[in-house]
Design a protein around this ligand. Structure first.
Ligand SMILES: Cc1cc2nc3c(=O)[nH]c(=O)nc-3n(C[C@H](O)[C@H](O)[C@H](O)COP(=O)(O)O)c2cc1C
Length: 252
C-alpha cells in the first residue's frame, strides 16, 4: 500500500487538524447566524404526526443489560409491518429532541460534538402500518414525518444503491442518514468532518438498542454507492449527502 496515501487518510482519524484551524475565522466567530437545526421543509408538504413519548402504549420496558448483551446485526427480517408507534420510538431514540439548547441548537437523545447535530434521517418506508410506501424525512423539532416522494420499486432501488445488499430493501423501513456538513463546519471549520462521522455511530448504536424493545433488528451499512444513494434521495451530494444506513425489520 502507498504509505503516503495511508498517512493522508489516517490523518482523518486524528485531531491534528484542530491545531491548524483558526477558530476566529469560523462562520460562528464571524457572527454568521447558525444554520437551522433541521433541514427546512415546505409547510404545505404532507406530514404525518407521530405518537409522542408520553403516548406510547406498546413499547416494552427493556432491560438495558439484556439489550446490550443481545445486540447483533440482523440481515433477515420477518415480513411483518412496524407500527407507527414503533417507528416513532425508533426515530425518537436515534434523533429525538430532549430540550432546546439555544438558537439553532437542541439536545437530543444522542450526543453530538458541540451539540451541532449535522445529520438528517430519511426513511425508505416499505412496510409500516398506516403509511404509504415512499421516502420520508424525520422532523425532530415537530416529531413528525415529512412525506418526501413516492418511488417505484423502492425496496429494490435501495438494495441496488447499497451495492446489491438485498436485505437493505427487505425490511419494514430503511433508515438513511445524511450529513449537512455546514451545520458542523459553521462552528468547527475543517475540524468538523471527523466528529460528524463519530456522531453517526451514536445514532446507529441507539437504533440497534432501541430495536430490542420492539422485536426488531437492524444492521449498520456503510458500503453503498454514493452517487446512486444521493440520487435516490434527490440530494445535491455536496451540501447534503448520505453517510450511513440501516434497514430495520421485525425479527424472530
Ligand atoms: C461502520 C459499520 C459499517 C458496516 N457496514 C456493513 C455493510 O455495509 N454491510 C453489512 O452487511 N454489514 C455491515 N456492518 C455490520 C458489521 O458487519 C457487523 O457489525 C459485524 O460483522 C459484527 O457483527 P454484529 O454487529 O452482529 O456484532 C457494518 C457495521 C459498522 C459498525
Amino acid at each position: 500500500m502507498n504509505q503516503e496515501r495511508l498517512a493522508q487518510f489516517r490523518a482523518f482519524l486524528k485531531d491534528t487538524i484542530r491545531l491548524a484551524v483558526d477558530f476566529s475565522q469560523t462562520d460562528q466567530h464571524q457572527g454568521v447566524p447558525p444554520p437551522p437545526l433541521e433541514k427546512p421543509f415546505d409547510p404545505r408538504a404532507p406530514r404525518v404526526r407521530l405518537p409522542a413519548p408520553g403516548e406510547w402504549s406498546a413499547i416494552a420496558a427493556t432491560d438495558l443489560r439484556a439489550a446490550i448483551a443481545g445486540r447483533q446485526s440482523h440481515r433477515k427480517f420477518r415480513r411483518a409491518p412496524l407500527s407507527l408507534e414503533e417507528l416513532a420510538f425508533l426515530l425518537w431514540a436515534t434523533q429525538g429532541i430532549r430540550r432546546p439548547a439555544g438558537p439553532g441548537s437542541a439536545y437530543r437523545t444522542v450526543p453530538s460534538a458541540g451539540c451541532r447535530h449535522a445529520l438528517e434521517t430519511y426513511l425508505a418506508v416499505l412496510n409500516v402500518a398506516g403509511l404509504e410506501q415512499g421516502v420520508y424525512r424525520y422532523l425532530p423539532v415537530e416529531h413528525e414525518l415529512l412525506f418526501e416522494f413516492a418511488e417505484e420499486d423502492l425496496g429494490n432501488q435501495v438494495a441496488a444503491a447499497a451495492l446489491g445488499q438485498t436485505f437493505c430493501g427487505w425490511g419494514a423501513a430503511t433508515f438513511i442518514w445524511t450529513a449537512i456538513p455546514y451545520r458542523m463546519e459553521w462552528r468547527y471549520g475543517l475540524a468538523a468532518h471527523k466528529v460528524i462521522a463519530l456522531d453517526a455511530g451514536h445514532v446507529c448504536q441507539n437504533l440497534y438498542l432501541a430495536c430490542a424493545a420492539v422485536g426488531a433488528g437492524t444492521c449498520a451499512i456503510a458500503a453503498y454507492h454514493q452517487e446512486a444513494m444521493d440520487r435516490l434521495l434527490r440530494l445535491d451530494g455536496e451540501e447534503e449527502f448520505v453517510v450511513y444506513l440501516a434497514p430495520v425489520g421485525k425479527v424472530d
